[in-house]
Design a protein around this ligand. Structure first.
Ligand SMILES: Nc1ncnc2c1ncn2[C@@H]1O[C@H](COP(=O)(O)OP(=O)(O)OP(=O)(O)O)[C@@H](O)[C@H]1O
Ligand SMILES: [Mg+2]
Length: 395
């Protein structure tokens, strides 16, 4: 076993530092970004900050527990539950209460709002009704990332909160969050979209090629209906959007700069599994290249045994001895045998998780790491978020 020990990531210190204004939770699909973002938001509010959490696609039960029953693009107050003060308590007695707001990103509504803000009412109506716009605003991948950044920019400008915690869309790759907005911005900023219209006028499949090359993905729906009508829609859309050319690219650039500003901290979330940590590794390298501030790695859903002093090998040996004494079904020792075997499995899982985590730490020895234990159940309410938050307690 190697002896690389990462520096500890002190999440409480990060959220207590008033200079921290934006925390972005990134990571590959399903690793716990939404859970971590919500848990950090709650904990920061409990520790006296005025927080808004921007979630993307939260599980329904979690959303409901935060009072988010529908997509409405508006931050809602989340009552901070009173909890008995325990030894992992979040804040010193004297800390004045903070507040928590949460919202779910409505990608299409956010897009519509940009159009409405930039075009006169007739133009806006024309764009909003355009079928190409409609599939762009709700169907393309990349749009969600762009709109999450756009919303972050809006929340920052509103200046009503002293901490914004941002969850990122469920993309396969963590890098999509950084790449997609600029890709969409480039697509919409005119040059490419103009290019795209030219071959369409000439006719033929060149249009499709450019669209594919430039945007990377066309939804199945659009591909199926692609034909004269869609080309016409694109052209109408482009001419209607004419007044806005440049705007999208600028907006993407603005938010990109915000991500590099002092006061922004990235947390990369990963499960202790090879794929998730490989993604985390790419992401960490990319942030360094971009000069974006990484606070650290949150290793989520970690398994640890409460009786770590009993090794897996010894537990298995003991189970075998008891089995030999008690017969094939274990006789009077059946329960003990089952417990010993379960313990051995748990210890092996913990060891495997430690090995993949060490792999990451060997490659990135200076990246601070915090661990969040696997909870017995899914995290779907404020009590569960509180428990996740408690794992950031450092004493
Ligand atoms: N520490 C944990 N212990 C137990 N369950 C967890 C933990 N963290 C997350 N979960 C559960 O794992 C599932 C995925 O978590 P979450 O939705 O936060 O991931 P995500 O990264 O946001 O996923 P997506 O990429 O789809 O947006 C949820 O059901 C959540 O309750
Ligand atoms: Mg999520």
């Amino acid at each position: 076993m190697s002896n690389v020990t990462p520096p500890p990531l002190d999440v409480d210190r990060l959220i207590d530092d008033r200079r921290t204004r934006v925390i972005v939770c990134c990571g590959s699909g399903g690793v716990g970004k939404t859970t971590t973002a919500a848990a950090i938001g709650l904990r920061a509010a409990e520790r006296g900050r005025h927080v808004v959490v921007l979630t993307v696609d939260p599980a329904r039960r979690l959303a409901q527990s935060m009072g988010l029953s529908r997509l409405d693009n508006t931050p809602r107050v989340v009552p901070i539950p009173k909890r008995p003060r325990g030894d992992k308590d979040r804040a010193p007695e004297a800390t004045p209460a903070g507040s928590l707001h949460a919202m779910m990103l409505d990608m299409k509504r956010t897009f519509d709002e940009i159009v409405e803000a930039h075009a006169d009412p007739d133009r806006a109506a024309q764009i909003l009704a355009n079928p190409f716009y409609q599939s762009l605003s709700s169907g393309f991948s990349g749009t969600q990332e762009y709109m999450a950044m756009e919303k972050l920019g809006q929340l920052r400008r509103a200046d009503e909160w002293d901490l914004i915690v941002v969850d990122t869309p469920p993309s396969r790759s963590a890098l999509d969050f950084l790449d997609a907005p600029q890709r969409l911005g480039r697509f919409l900023d005119g040059r490419l979209i103009r290019l795209l219209v030219v071959p369409a006028k000439v006719g033929g499949r060149a249009y499709l090629k450019v669209l594919n090359a430039g945007f990377g993905m066309v939804t199945g729906v659009l591909t199926k209906v692609l034909g004269a009508q869609v080309l016409k829609d694109v052209q109408t859309f482009v001419s209607a959007l004419d007044t806005m050319f440049g705007g999208f690219r600028e907006r993407a650039d603005y938010t990109y700069r915000l991500l590099r500003a002092p006061g922004t901290a990235f947390l990369v979330i990963a499960a202790p599994e090879p794929d998730a940590l490989r993604e985390a590794s790419y992401f960490v390298e990319r942030l360094a290249q971009e000069g974006m501030p990484l606070a650290g790695l949150v290793l989520n859903r970690v398994h640890r045994s409460p009786a770590a002093r009993l090794s897996a090998a010894r537990a298995v040996a003991a189970a075998e001895t008891l089995q030999a004494a008690g017969g094939p079904d274990g006789g009077p020792h059946a329960l003990t045998i089952a417990a010993l075997r379960l313990h051995a499995e748990r210890m092996q899982l913990a060891a495997a998780e430690r090995r993949v985590a060490e792999h990451f730490t060997t490659a990135h020895p200076h990246v601070p790491v915090a661990e969040v234990p696997a909870q017995p159940d899914d995290v779907h309410d404020l009590a569960g978020l509180g428990a996740v938050g408690d794992s950031f307690y450092t004493g």
